[in-house]
Design a protein around this ligand. Structure first.
Ligand code: SF4
Ligand code: SF4
Length: 211
């Protein structure tokens, strides 16, 4: 949802609906939101299940204010899945502008950890813990809903789009000014090609049709 530019039928940006639903989650005493988590096992029976949940390390704790100071210090770039890998973020990044919880995360597959460690002194709130370990928790629940979600369609499978073969726009590397720069690129795209001309939006429109 957060990846979409507009959604049908009102063609409104997803930010308003997301904001409303994140607020409902935040203020509900009955919802506990576990991010970076995978259900490993469910045992028990109807009305009384035990779920074993593995929580992957964020490497950033709850003191994070999303100030972005760590991004300046980080030397590693990684592809940005949110943008279909057409741009990049630093190894420590905010998944998207309205991320819930609003906390940065370290990509453990891109970050060399304490061998680098440049973000740790750069954080004014002592929020980065590069040695944070995975943990396993057990919760008792009355019911479980298996919501599979979906993966973006591989636009490279559609002949004629040239996806992956035609040269892509080079987005600037992620730094303090990059989001502003990317918005500027999008505005330039909109001016040059009209509302549907943004290449990124085009790929997303294909995804919606192809699903
Ligand atoms: S980890 Fe620290 S420096 Fe990075 S956004 Fe959070 S508070 Fe700011
Ligand atoms: S330790 Fe990892 S996240 Fe921190 S600055 Fe180095 S590469 Fe970036």
């Amino acid at each position: 949802m957060a990846q979409m530019h507009q959604y049908f039928p009102k063609l409104c940006p997803p930010s308003c609906g997301l904001e409303m639903n994140f607020r409902r989650i935040r203020t509900s005493a009955r919802i506990q939101c576990l991010t970076l988590s995978e259900v490993e096992k469910i045992t028990g029976g109807p009305g009384r299940y035990q779920a074993t949940i593995r929580r992957h390390p964020r490497r950033v704790n709850n003191k994070c204010t999303a100030c972005g100071a760590c991004v300046e210090a980080c030397p590693i770039q990684r592809p940005d899945e949110l943008n279909c890998r057409m741009s990049s973020t630093k190894a420590i990044y905010l998944p998207f502008e309205m991320a819930y919880p609003l906390q940065f995360v370290v990509d453990g597959s891109a970050c060399p950890g304490t061998e680098c460690g440049k973000c740790v002194p750069a954080c004014p709130y002592q929020a980065i813990d590069l040695q944070m370990k995975p943990e396993t928790i057990e919760v008792e629940v009355q019911a479980a809903i298996w919501a599979t979600g979906w993966d973006p369609f591989d636009a490279g499978k559609i002949d004629g789009l040239g996806f992956g073969t035609l040269p892509e726009r080079d987005f600037p590397p992620h730094d303090g000014a990059s989001r502003v720069a990317q918005r500027t690129h999008r505005r330039e795209d909109s001016k040059a090609f009209g509302r549907q001309g943004n290449r990124k939006r085009g790929v997303r429109a294909v995804r919606r049709v192809a699903r």
